[in-house]
Structures are given as C-alpha cells and as structure tokens.
Design a protein around this ligand. Structure first.
Ligand code: C5P
Length: 219
C-alpha cells in the first residue's frame, strides 16, 4: 500500500512522514533527498541543469541508496554518505533547478517506482500523489503560511547542520523554490484532485499525525 504526502518546502512533510511510517510499520521514501543527491552529483561533475545531453550520460552512473543506522536514515550517493551535504541551502536551490528538467524527473520517477515496488511505503515529496504514484491509496497535501514554514525550516537547519539562519532569508529561499516547483512545465507541484489538503499553520506535529491517521482509519 502507498500513502503519499506532498506539499511545499518547510511544511514538515518529512517529520510527519517519518512518524507515520514508523507507527504503521511502512517504509519511508524521501524523494526530495533524491533530487538533492542528484543535484550534488551533477554539480560535482560540472554539469548544469539545462545540459540534458550530458545529464543523460552522467546519470547512468548515479546510484542513490537509503540505509538505516543507529543515527537514523542515511543517504548514500554511490558509496559516499551525503546525508548532511545535501541539506545545505545551496543544494536546496540547485535541487529545485535540476528538478525542473524533464530528463531528470523521468530518471528519478523510474527509480522511485522501482524502490517501492510491492512494498508498503509512505512516499513524500512534490509529485508523489499526482505523477509518480497516481493510484496511491491515500493522498495528503500539507500546506502552511510562508512565515511558519520558514521558521520550521530554520529550526530544522539548526538541528541538522547546527547553523543559525535568518528566518527572512529562509522565507525568500523557500518561496523562490516553491515558485519554481509550482510553475515548471514538468510535473509541477499542486495537490492531487483526490488528496486530503491539510493546512498545518496552526497545528502541532501530533495534531497533523492524528488527522492523517484518522483519515486512514475512517476509510
Ligand atoms: O523536499 P525537499 O525540500 O528536500 O526537496 C528539494 C527540491 O527537490 C524541491 O524544492 C523540489 O524542487 C524537488 N523535488 C521535486 N519533486 C519531489 C521532491 C522534491 O521536484 N518529489
């Protein structure tokens, strides 16, 4: 069974998806981490987001793996652990640029479908319920005010990377990224027609988790 959670940057999708996947005993697909790892890989290879010919060539050698250890989930790019490297602001912006390239989306979409095949998964990202898993059993779209999302993202960056970010700058970064993600031609971010939309602006994490579980239990 597949449950999808989509929504804009900083809304808390990852946190919520991890909690729900643990409590249901499902696996968790962080599709954003795949776009981030791809952007890092392309950047290290000196390939830009609009060079589709070279991207096609280098992406044959791209392998992304998620592994669990005592610190939680780790992201491997080929054999390198890039868990922290892919969380910087620079990679956030780059990921969004590469994510607008249709070749990139096709390659990652296939990888995502292969990873999930025949397993129970919570798939989280921007296009999980709309384009990658349109037949998912339950679909959720989380949203929240920009200011609140900027605070959540700044808190997360502090926790993961130990850096203090100015919330106004974070708001600018995520709103630029949302713009690009919502207006690109290939698989733009929008709620699936059959998604349950939850405005989490004034909700705690526990309340959002409860709301999602209630929808699933009541179905
Ligand atoms: O979710 P996260 O912030 O890690 O995603 C980074 C970027 O990857 C997003 O801004 C978006 O451009 C891209 N992305 C995407 N489709 C997904 C997941 C992420 O286009 N399913």
């Amino acid at each position: 069974m597949i449950i999808t959670i989509d929504g804009p940057a900083g809304v808390g999708k990852g946190t919520i998806a991890k909690i729900i996947s643990k409590s249901l005993g499902f696996k968790y697909l962080d599709s954003g981490a795949m776009y981030r790892a791809l952007a890092l890989f392309a950047d290290l290879n000196g390939v830009s987001d609009n060079d589709s010919d070279r991207l096609k060539k280098i992406l044959i050698d791209l392998h992304i793996q998620f592994i669990e250890d005592e610190e939680g989930e780790r992201v491997l790019l080929n054999t390198d652990d890039v868990t922290e490297d892919i969380r910087t602001n620079e990679i956030s912006t780059l990921a969004s640029k590469f994510a607008a390239n249709d070749i990139v989306r096709k390659i990652l979409r296939e990888m995502q479908r292969r990873m999930i095949k025949d397993k129970d998964y919570i798939a989280e990202g921007r296009d999980m319920g709309t384009y990658v898993f349109p037949d998912a059993k339950y679909k959720f779209y989380l949203d929240a005010d920009l200011k609140i999302r900027a605070k959540r993202r700044a808190d997360q960056l502090k926790e993961i990377l130990g850096i203090n970010m100015n919330e106004e700058n974070v708001a600018k970064e995520i709103s630029n990224r949302d713009n690009l993600d919502m207006t690109r031609e290939s698989c733009p971010l929008h709620p699936a027609a059959d998604a349950v939309i939850i405005d989490t602006s004034n909700m705690t994490i526990d309340e959002v988790v409860l709301k999602i579980k209630t929808v699933i239990d009541d179905a």
